[in-house]
Design a binder for this molecule. Structure first.
Ligand code: SF4
Length: 508
């Protein structure tokens, strides 16, 4: 035996023991029915060619490794950002296990979400009985202050009507009549997790603002912030609040997951922690304006907010110099609060840091993939640093994103060679990287397969990050966040430089 109770081996060395090597070889020879190694290698080489790229881009039906998740994932993320709120998914429980694991693997936190576990009978007769029983169980067992309902594909395909079902559940006293149960239909065959975020945020606001709340006061200078789906929300929300507090701005941060996805280990399990209070959510209708930090996560929500007489403004992930400037200046314009000297100093320090390192970034080519707002911000920041976003890809980017990304690249000489890929997946990106390679890839952990295949180093800077720990605990928003992003990129650039014998050096 390669290991015993006295000599426990780590899996990395264990699976290199002769017994295991023999086992793998025997499995391959007897059961895998593989073509020869030479045939596999020849085919792998072919997938690196322009000819294969053309076939790959002619693909219309199949999607391979999309850089996006489905609508309910965004919906449950929003719901977790409210005080005492239990996200509830009407649909199949396998989907919900995926949402939980996706969020838990990224944030390294327990992520409570309940499912009403529709199975074959519900698919035939509808899921009313599941909602009636599920709401009652969730309310009784987990004692939330609010339950927020979204749907999986299964409920949408059979056409379950959430509004009618929840009303019936209340009639049957699953939950008290005045207990808040906002909902949103989140069909996964349309859009992505960013669409689900938008739908659910609108569902929650309209629940309070249309049914319960009245305009109670003339609009003052208070503003609302809607952060959008963000893997760095824990630190980014805190960073934006730090700016607003420093400026003395009166604000409501709507859908704030920074505490629930970052609970302390102090002996007390917190199923719910922090979040926007329900009273704050009700009162947010009285704000002067609502700012969406991520335009493509809040298109419908901001449209809805505007019908309540508020001003609205949308940004594309306020990271980097120009994007942070624009955000802070808008806040200042809306509230009349000046941007203090301490924040201006942070900006100056970032500019100084970029200048110090500019020689290492100038002209470096990057492939950037991720959500629409992130890719816009990342590309803009790369160009601010003198780097070149060569491929900008968003699987969940539509025509508006494509136009915006092209305009952004056209605005700088560093974007001149950039190409924008809307609706394409990571298998498309693989072809792009073989035929028109870049120096680095920026994206999520899923980019590690591209790194392995192409040899192009990956820098993890967006959701999900499963295979590295605690990145989300440090911000990417604002000047401080941009400084951290700069350091992550530089670290990788220097690691690559150190791999080369001619450029191995102590001082950079
Ligand atoms: S795409 Fe549909 S079936 Fe798949 S996890 Fe999402 S909701 Fe479930």
């Amino acid at each position: 035996m390669p290991q015993s109770a006295d000599k426990v081996k780590d899996h990395i060395s264990l699976f290199k023991e002769p017994e295991y090597l023999e086992l793998f070889a025997s499995k391959k020879a007897q059961f895998e029915c593989r073509p020869t190694d030479e045939a596999v290698a020849a085919q792998a080489e072919y997938t690196k060619t322009w000819e294969y790229r053309e076939k790959n881009f002619a693909r219309e039906i199949a999607t391979i490794n999309p850089a996006k998740a489905c609508q309910p994932l965004g919906a449950v993320f929003v719901a977790a950002g409210f005080e005492g709120t239990l996200p509830y998914v009407h649909g199949s429980q396998g989907c919900v296990a995926y949402f939980r694991s996706h969020l838990a693997r990224h944030f390294k936190e327990a992520v409570p979400i309940v499912a009403d576990s529709m199975t074959e009978d519900a698919a035939v007769f509808g899921g009313l009985a599941n909602i009636v029983e599920g709401l009652q169980n969730a309310y009784t067992l987990y004692k939330p202050k609010m339950i927020v309902v979204s749907t999986t594909c299964m409920a949408e395909v059979i056409g379950d009507d959430l509004s009618a079902f929840i009303a019936t559940a209340k009639e049957k006293e699953s939950v008290p009549a005045d207990f808040p149960v906002p909902f949103a239909h989140t069909p996964s065959f349309v859009g992505s997790h960013t669409t689900g975020y938008d739908n659910q945020m609108k569902g929650i606001l309209s629940y309070f603002w249309d049914r319960e709340a009245q305009l109670t006061a003339a609009a003052g200078d208070k503003i609302n912030i809607i952060p959008g789906f963000d893997g760095y929300a824990v630190a980014n929300n805190r960073e934006i609040k730090r700016y607003l507090d420093t400026m003395g701005v009166d604000y409501t941060f709507i859908g704030d997951v920074s505490d629930v996805y970052d609970t302390p280990s102090d002996g007390e399990y917190r199923m719910y922690d922090g979040g926007t209070t329900l009273d704050e959510t009700r009162a947010a209708i009285n704000a002067k304006a609502t700012i969406g930090l991520q335009e493509f996560c809040s298109l419908k929500t901001l449209e809805y907010v505007a019908t309540k007489g508020q001003q609205t403004a949308a940004f594309n992930y306020p990271m980097g110099i120009g994007a942070t400037d624009a955000f802070l200046m808008k806040v200042s314009e809306l509230t009349g609060k000046a941007i203090p000297a301490s924040i201006e100093k942070e900006r100056g320090r970032l500019v100084d840091a970029i200048t110090d390192s500019q020689a290492w970034l100038h002209g470096k080519k990057f492939a950037v993939f991720g959500d629409p707002d992130f890719t816009l911000a990342m590309s803009a920041f790369l160009m601010e640093m003198g780097a070149e976003p060569t491929h900008v890809l968003a699987t969940n980017g539509a025509k508006e994103w494509e136009a915006k990304a092209k305009a952004l690249l056209a605005s700088s000489p560093f974007g001149a060679s950039g190409q924008v890929w809307a609706g394409k997946d990571l298998w498309h990106l693989r072809s792009l990287l073989f035929t028109e390679p870049t120096d680095f890839i920026i994206g999520s952990s899923y980019g590690k397969y591209l790194e392995k295949d192409t040899g192009i180093p990956l820098i993890r800077l967006t959701f999900p990050i499963f295979d590295r720990h605690h990145h989300h605990r440090f911000p990417t928003f604002g000047y401080q966040g941009a400084l951290r992003v700069l350091v992550e990129i530089l670290d990788r650039v220097f690691e690559v430089a150190d791999e080369s014998d001619i450029s191995f050096d102590l001082t950079r």
